[in-house]
Ligand binder design. Structure first.
Ligand SMILES: *Cc1c(COP(=O)(O)O)cnc(C)c1O
Length: 379
């Protein structure tokens, strides 16, 4: 129950275990081409350019930065935790002149403040973490993208912990890049960087004055590969992660059959019920309002005076693995539970039972079964 890698559908894992074909075998060309088409549907970006490249989510961030940044470009990073800071480091790596907007843990940078910054200085791009996995905080992607558009700034959504679990209408909302990694709500084992770029972002890249300062991530090496697979032609730059792409096709097909917005709604309902269960235990959540709380994971403060490591060890006796804190300044003060992808109510029922057991054994008092009862009532 950690926020990635998540639990995977058996059908996805079966695809991982199938024979590894040539990367130019006709059936693999079909799988890759179909995955590209499915990404456009799931991202809701009918004219976007998808990229499927072997690497983790951080590579997708790196590709966005290296292809769009030229030395000295102004970039605005809207941070709500750990991964905002990471984006700043990546942008700095390519010589960007970054400004980072930060807030206290659990809060979001308010829109007026973002607008004030966009007014005062001319930026080439802005990045924002849709859901920061360190805090469980979600920002208003639609509103931030609208502000970027208003000031003619490219918008980059770090959706590693949000794509498929949160509503994202990339094209309608005018998001220039929406990126993720395979192991979170997309529901595929770790190893794929997934990114969809708008035509506007592609144009900015095409009109660069200086070469991309990264060899593996340069779109010049990948664009013809993506086009070839989509046109069902063989091509080669770097050997694709054949088994992962096979698994990706299966997972995207399952998501598409469900309907992306139905998927999002299911995440929303489970997240809401889980948060209410935690509140019934009188535990405090990191996001300062429900509006800022993610569908994909929940971050919860330990009760005062409780040893977090001992509590998590007790929870694991139930066969449930939850994550500790990630934000350096609060690392020992909270835990995180992922609830994305193939998660069903029974998984959360087991998790809540384990949390009740864990809390009780480390000496925290509450009405027996109150969290379970609350969760069930919500569903
Ligand atoms: C997990 C995560 C990343 C990093 O992805 P990796 O696959 O670990 O490289 C970046 N941003 C967010 C919001 C994440 O949740």
């Amino acid at each position: 129950m950690i926020p990635g890698p998540i639990e995977f559908e058996p059908e996805v894992l079966r695809a991982m275990g199938a024979n590894t074909t040539s990367h130019v075998a006709p059936n693999f060309i079909e799988t890759f081409g179909h995955s590209i088409e499915l990404m456009r549907k799931v991202w809701m970006a009918p004219t976007g350019q998808p990229f499927i490249v072997a690497g983790s989510g951080t590579l997708a961030m790196d590709m966005a930065a290296c292809n769009l940044i030229e030395k000295g470009d102004n970039a605005l990073v809207i941070s709500s935790g750990y991964f905002g800071k990471r984006f700043q480091k990546i942008l700095d790596c390519y010589g960007a002149n970054t400004t980072i907007l930060e807030v206290a843990p659990g809060e979001v940078v308010n829109l007026e403040f973002i607008e004030k910054n966009l007014k005062e200085k001319s930026y080439k791009l802005l990045t924002f973490t849709h859901v920061d996995t360190s805090t469980g905080v979600k920002v208003d992607a639609k509103a931030i993208a609208a502000l970027a558009k208003k000031y003619n700034v490219l918008s980059i959504l770090d959706g590693v912990c949000s794509v498929v679990g949160e509503e994202i209408r990339q094209e309608e909302w005018g998001i220039d890049i929406a990126l993720t990694g395979s192991q979170k709500a997309v529901g595929v084992p770790p190893g794929l960087a997934l990114l969809v770029a708008s035509q506007k972002a592609m144009d900015v890249w095409k009109n660069r004055k200086t070469p991309v300062q990264n060899y593996y991530g340069d779109w010049a090496n990948w664009i013809s590969i993506m086009t070839a697979y989509e046109e069902r032609r063989p091509s080669y730059f770097g050997t694709p992660a054949v088994n992962l792409v096979a698994a990706l096709e299966v997972s995207l097909r399952l998501i598409d059959e469900d309907g992306i917005l139905n998927r999002v709604q299911r995440h929303e309902k489970l997240a809401d019920a889980f948060r209410k269960a935690m509140s019934a235990l009188k535990l405090e959540l990191l996001p300062n309002t429900t509006k800022n709380a993610a569908n994909t994971l929940t971050a919860v403060y330990y009760p005062e005076g409780i040893d977090g490591a001992a509590f998590r060890k007790k929870v694991s006796e139930y066969g449930v693995i939850i994550a500790g804190g990630l934000l350096p300044e609060l690392k020992t003060k909270y835990f995180r539970v992922g609830h994305m992808g193939a998660i069903a109510p029974q998984d959360l029922i087991t998790t809540i039972s384990a949390i009740e057991y864990g809390l009780k054994t480390v000496g925290y008092g509450f009405e027996d079964g109150v969290a379970l009862k609350t969760f069930q009532a919500c569903l």
